[in-house]
Every structure is written in structure tokens, then in C-alpha cells.
Design a protein around this ligand. Structure first.
Ligand SMILES: Cc1cc2nc3c(=O)[nH]c(=O)nc-3n(C[C@H](O)[C@H](O)[C@H](O)COP(=O)(O)OP(=O)(O)OC[C@H]3O[C@@H](n4cnc5c(N)ncnc54)[C@H](O)[C@@H]3O)c2cc1C
Length: 303
């Protein structure tokens, strides 16, 4: 029996050998063996359950904006949360689902006259990816607004975890420590003036567009901020600004971004990242860890 037979039978739809470059903001990446886009939470839980029961490697994908998939693709199932959406507002609290975009969530808060999520309006991720990464920008992080998260846990149970148990810190959360998947979250905001909220979002997004190479595919900041340094400054000072490997390039506009300047492969991007890491270590003794998550395999390893 085909390894993925149970998934195929349980899924409302599936795609085999789906190019991951179509699902990542870097626009690179080889095929996933099977690509699933569950219609609702029940289907999501069913598919995750089958993967766990049958030891099928799987990866939960939000908007793919912090992800680099290697050129050989992913041997397993990619389960995308895009269709798990719906934003509900009750007083000052929003309930968001895994696949809601942070942009739509911030817009819904603004329309309801709720302040606190302006920082997230320009982050191109989903609520699930944003919470797992504790995404943040300017004066805010997800940890400032998340009250609790409903997750599917490693035993197939749905449990609610309060913010104080989510171990949030810089680009980190409990969802990186345990194989648990966010289904929905409660986001606590404060009443505010819709016009001022909109003005703040416009200001932050204008600053983003001025400083970041949004005209090129990327996965945002390539590196985590090393303690006591700025990643972009280290890249600049090590002479890498504008440097290219194949189609990958360190942005001329912001040295903290490796961009796909045209037809980059994951190998180009990873080679450039590796060169930067080696030079920064040599010159400044600093370890540059990637913020971007790398999955999949190189083409040569494909069986
Ligand atoms: C132009 C650009 C600008 C950016 N600016 C910022 C910024 O200002 N601040 C910032 O923090 N980030 C920024 N990013 C990075 C990225 O948008 C964030 O990390 C975002 O939160 C990732 O969300 P996603 O849905 O795209 O996650 P994905 O890339 O799909 O996944 C990221 C991780 O989250 C996991 N995940 C996804 N959904 C779930 C779920 N439901 N439950 C559990 N785990 C899940 C995935 O398995 C993966 O490990 C930027 C990216 C780009 C391309």
C-alpha cells in the first residue's frame, strides 16, 4: 500500500509532488510528496492523527514566510492551515484561527476600534506561524497580546494553554519546544480610536517599505539578532552587502535580508548564508543563527 494512502482517503483534497516554491515567500523549494489543505479543524486533526499513528513525517505550514525548503523537496506530508480561518470579536478580545493572516487580524482589530496589533499588520505570516515564532516588529510582539492558545497536542487532544505557560521570548514559544499545533488563539486588545490605529499601521508599513526589500522574494530577516549585536550590521561589516551567489543576494537595501534576486535555488541561498556565517564568525567571533527555518533535502539525496 502507498505510504500516503490513508491520508489520501481522509483528505478532502490532496496534491502529490507539489512544488513548495509555490507556497513559500522565498519562492524556492522542491516538491512535497503530498500537500494537504484541510477545510476545517476536524480534518486538520484527522490528518495530523494519521501522520502520528503511521509515523509519516509531516510539516505544518502557515503562510510560508519564514521557511526555506531545500531543492530536493520534503519527503512527507505538508499540511497547510490556510483554510482554517475566521476572526471573531467579543468585546476587547479577538479569537483568530491558525490560517488567519496577521494582516487581516490587524485590519479586523482596527475596524473594531481595538489597539495593540498595529505592529503585526505588515508581518506577512499567519496567526499560527506568528504565535509559534512570537513574531514581532517595532514596538510589539505576539506575546504582548496573546491571552491563550488552543492547540492540538501530540496525543491528539485539544487543550487551551494560557499565555503564562507559552514560554514566549525573543522569536520563541512553547510551540517550538513541543510538537503541538495552534488551532486558535485569544488575543486581548484595548479600545482605541480607529483613525489613530490606521495612522499607526500606515506609518509602520511605510517605514517597513522604506527599509526592507519588499520588492523581492525573501523570508524576512535571515538571521536572529545575536545578543549585543545587530545582524544586518554584522553582515554589512563583514563585506557581504550586495554579494551574490547564483540568484541569491544580500539585499542592497537591508543587509539583514537575503533575497531571491531571480531564479535563486535553495542551495544558492544556503551557500550565501553559510559564507556569511563563516566570515562573521572569523571576523567578529559571533555565531549567526538563522531565524529562517530550513526543511527538506538536497536533490542528490532524493531516492
Ligand atoms: C518581507 C517579510 C517581512 C517579515 N517581517 C517580519 C517581522 O517584522 N517580524 C517577524 O517576527 N517576522 C517577520 N517575517 C517572518 C515571518 O513573516 C514570521 O516569522 C511569521 O510569523 C511566519 O508566519 P507563517 O505563517 O508564514 O509561518 P511559516 O513560515 O508557514 O511557518 C513558520 C513556523 O511556524 C510553524 N507553524 C505554522 N503554523 C503553525 C501552527 N498553526 N501551529 C504550530 N506551528 C505552526 C511552521 O511549522 C514553522 O515551523 C517577515 C517575512 C517576510 C517575508
Amino acid at each position: 500500500m502507498n505510504k500516503y494512502e490513508s491520508l489520501k482517503q481522509a483528505a478532502s483534497a490532496y496534491r502529490a509532488d507539489e512544488p513548495m516554491k509555490n507556497h513559500t515567500s522565498f519562492q524556492v523549494g522542491g516538491p512535497a510528496d503530498i500537500f494537504l489543505e484541510p477545510e476545517n479543524e476536524e480534518e486538520f486533526a484527522r490528518l495530523v492523527g494519521i501522520c502520528l499513528d503511521e509515523n509519516i513525517p509531516f510539516y505544518v505550514l502557515g503562510n510560508g514566510s519564514n521557511l526555506l525548503v531545500r531543492d530536493g523537496g520534503y519527503r512527507g506530508a505538508v499540511i497547510c492551515t490556510k483554510k482554517l480561518h475566521g476572526i471573531d470579536i467579543d468585546g476587547n478580545t479577538l479569537t483568530v484561527h491558525a490560517g488567519d493572516s496577521l494582516k487581516d487580524t490587524a485590519a479586523a482589530a482596527q475596524a473594531a476600534g481595538l489597539t495593540g496589533l498595529e505592529f503585526a499588520s505588515g508581518i506577512p505570516g499567519s496567526a499560527g506561524g506568528g504565535i509559534r515564532m512570537n513574531a514581532g516588529a517595532y514596538d510589539g510582539e505576539m506575546k504582548d497580546v496573546v491571552e491563550s492558545v488552543r492547540v492540538l497536542d501530540e496525543n491528539g487532544q485539544i487543550v487551551e494553554i494560557p499565555a503564562e505557560d507559552l514560554n514566549f521570548s525573543y522569536r520563541h514559544s512553547l510551540l517550538q519546544e513541543r510538537p503541538i499545533w495552534m488551532l486558535s488563539a485569544r488575543v486581548a486588545l484595548a479600545p482605541g480610536d480607529p483613525e489613530s490605529i490606521q495612522a499607526k499601521m500606515d506609518d509602520l508599513n511605510g517605514r517597513r517599505a522604506d527599509k526592507q526589500p519588499l520588492e523581492y522574494p525573501s523570508a524576512g530577516s535571515t538571521f536572529r539578532r545575536p545578543q549585543g549585536y545587530f545582524a544586518g550590521k554584522l553582515v554589512q561589516d563583514s563585506g557581504f552587502q550586495g554579494v551574490r551567489v547564483g540568484g541569491a543576494q544580500v539585499s542592497e537595501k537591508h543587509a539583514g535580508f537575503v533575497i531571491n534576486a531571480g531564479d535563486a535555488t535553495a542551495t544558492d541561498i544556503l551557500t550565501l548564508i553559510g559564507n556569511i556565517q563563516a566570515q562573521v564568525k572569523k571576523q567578529f567571533g559571533v555565531d549567526m543563527r538563522t531565524e529562517v527555518i530550513v526543511i527538506g533535502e538536497d536533490p542528490a539525496q532524493k531516492s
